[in-house]
Design a protein around this ligand. Structure first.
Ligand code: SER
Length: 337
């Protein structure tokens, strides 16, 4: 079996840790990682090399590598990005730009398209009002692409940069013999929930934070209103989707950016589910104006028909299976409740 060399940036984050574990389980990958932090013990033994530091400055190290696939997960999430906007732009846009340049250079030089997997987000959308959000239903990729946040602007722009580098870079597609372009593929994730790790700096964090707090018997004040609704997905489904879109034959892809959905529920439904499982949970609502505004600008649900049609995407976990077969059994083991 030929071993594929894979780079995972932001490997210490929630998606990164789960992805490293899944690729190691599948086998056939030499996994190189990068992150600001040292690798956690959970994945240390699965990685052939870890480059620690700021990607914008470290990326030159990677010009000596022969990556088949790059998963560019490093990002400053939406709430954090509103507090340090220029820093977020540097991490989210310049970091992505540097890696795209690397992938484009290698693809062209060696005549082999580097696959570039990019997690975009529901934050790429921007619903102008709550009424528009409630009336829009499940939105498709091209609609409502007017993000209200620095993070959302960064994601939407990086989707466009990815398309540029994979199709039109330097207008070389017009040459008699166009070069090999990189192979860019993006998914727009909803809020993600893992039973093993907690997110930090995001705005969909109220979902996972509430559930982890309830499972540990800790009080939790939810920072959005009870009626706040967006879509969420179990972390195993997020990982499954990244692997599926990586493996999909290029000719089956009809677009560069795919919505993904699993279950759309309100903050109050999270609370009800948490109370059913942990009747002593103490969950209150103390909306934070700014974070509420961010979630209010995200659609209630997204339409993932294209991913379903083009690469047979289907989540394993709807809301019932998410709680009954993934989150609650795992979290009970973890916190011993
Ligand atoms: N989960 C992310 C956030 O809340 C959205 O992609 O920032």
């Amino acid at each position: 079996m030929t071993v594929k060399q894979v780079l995972i940036t932001g490997a210490c984050g929630e998606i990164g840790q789960a992805l490293v574990q899944e690729l190691a389980k599948r086998g056939g990958y030499e996994i190189v990682t990068s992150d600001l932090s040292p690798l956690p013990d959970s994945i240390k033994g699965l990685v052939s090399e870890h480059v620690q530091g700021d990607l914008v400055y470290k990326v030159k190290v990677f010009y000596d590598y022969d990556f088949d696939v790059i998963f560019h997960l490093a990002a400053s999430l939406s709430s954090k990005a509103e507090i340090a906007t220029e820093e977020a732009h540097r991490i989210n846009v310049e970091g992505t730009m540097q890696l795209l340049m690397l992938a484009a250079y290698r693809s062209e030089k060696y005549g082999k398209p580097v696959k570039f997997l990019f997690p975009s987000s529901i934050a790429a959308y921007g619903m102008p009002t709550l009424e528009a959000k409630q009336g829009a239903g499940a939105v498709i990729e091209e609609d409502w692409d007017y993000p209200h946040t620095m993070y959302g602007c960064n994601k939407l722009y990086c989707e466009k940069l990815g398309m540029y580098y994979s199709r039109y870079h330097g207008q070389k597609h017009l040459d008699d013999t166009p070069p090999t372009f990189m192979d860019f593929r993006a998914v727009r994730f909803p809020g993600l929930i893992s039973a093993f790790t907690l997110p930090s700096g995001g705005t969909s964090d109220y979902g996972p934070e509430m559930l982890h707090a309830a499972a540990q018997g800790k009080e939790y004040a939810c920072f959005v209103r009870p009626d706040t609704k967006i879509s969420f997905m179990a972390m195993p489904d997020a990982i499954k989707s990244l692997i599926m879109i990586m493996d999909a034959p290029r000719e089956s892809l009809t677009t560069d950016v795919y919505n993904l959905a699993a279950f759309a529920i309100t903050a109050d439904e999270f609370r009800q589910r948490a109370l059913q499982a942990f009747p002593d949970a103490k969950i209150t609502f103390e909306p934070n104006l700014r974070r509420q505004g961010i979630v209010d600008s995200w659609p209630e649900d997204v339409d993932d028909t294209r991913a379903r049609q083009d690469w047979n995407w289907k989540p394993d976990y709807d809301v019932d299976r998410f709680f009954d077969e993934y989150f609650l059994p795992e979290i009970r083991k973890r916190y011993g409740k």
